[in-house]
Ligand binder design. Structure first.
Ligand code: PLP
Length: 255
């Protein structure tokens, strides 16, 4: 079986199943290649959705340049994994021929105890962007809106669009705070998610806890508030999200 690749020709992307390594050349932009017919001659080739075709390319942070540097903007650490973590990983590799616990029960219990909620309130996924994608897919239908500050994490408009929703960008204030009043005003009947990022990526500015808690008390009940706390460890006074039921906090971790 061959891995499926996207081939780009002009503005169009075609999904094909390449049969040889030569297709790497195709992916690198060499359109005419003997291993397959030209993509433009494949009228029945599967097409990606127009919204996916129009997505901006995700621009990842720069990689670390030397062994002594870490790509902090990509959440890398200068410190290697703890020995307890690597030892556990080694132990676990001896059972990778089995499915893991699909419910991640032990992990969710441990996280729940750490943040003082019940395990039923915890979901885990492939990174917090994976969890966010699941949240957006679960609550948004085409035509629904996802409101977030801009500039913020560049995955937000991509994930909202992939979920079929309309990304609604609310500009940051001149001091790079979230404009919470403007965000509240941007909420409509079609809004399903209000997405906050604290501290904000890429500006590093945290949400003002009191003003955010005031906003939370005003958000209509049909709107799920998602607070992205990927960098919560850099925040002295995080938002208290406990009292609200229509709220999800997402966090990420690297060992
Ligand atoms: C604000 C913010 N949220 C979420 C993420 C995604 O983290 P993960 O790697 O867990 O998907 C990032 C990663 O850079 C981020 O900056």
């Amino acid at each position: 079986m061959h891995t499926a690749h996207f081939v780009t020709r002009g503005a169009e992307k075609h999904l094909i199943c390449p049969a040889s390594e030569a297709c790497v050349a195709h992916n690198a932009g060499v359109v005419e290649h003997p291993c397959m017919p030209s993509a433009s001659h494949l009228p029945s080739a599967p097409r990606v959705r127009p919204v996916v075709d129009g997505l901006p390319a995700y621009v990842a942070g720069r990689s670390a340049q030397t062994a002594l540097t870490a790509a902090l903007a990509s959440n890398e650490s200068h410190f290697p994994p703890l020995p307890s973590v690597t030892s556990l990983m080694e132990t676990e590799t001896s059972r990778i021929h089995r499915y893991p616990d699909m419910a991640s029960a032990d992990l969710r219990e441990a996280i729940a105890a750490h943040v003082d909620v019940s395990a039923e309130e915890v979901a885990v996924g492939p990174g917090s962007s994976g969890v966010l994608q699941q949240i957006l897919s679960a609550v948004c239908d085409p035509g629904h809106e996802v409101v977030f500050a801009w500039r913020s994490f560049e995955a937000y408009p991509i994930l909202a669009a992939v979920a079929g929703a309309e990304p609604v960008r609310v500009p940051l204030l001149p001091d790079e705070q979230h404009d919470l009043d403007a965000m509240a005003a941007a909420v409509t009947e079609q809004t399903r998610v209000l997405l906050l990022c604290s501290p904000n990526n890429p500006t590093g500015v945290p949400l003002d806890a009191e003003r955010t808690e005031d906003l939370l008390s005003r958000v209509p009940p049909h709107v799920l508030v998602v607070i992205d706390e990927a960098y919560v460890e850099f925040r002295r006074r995080p938002v208290r999200w406990m009292p609200w039921s229509s709220i999800a906090a997402i966090r990420t971790s690297a060992c």
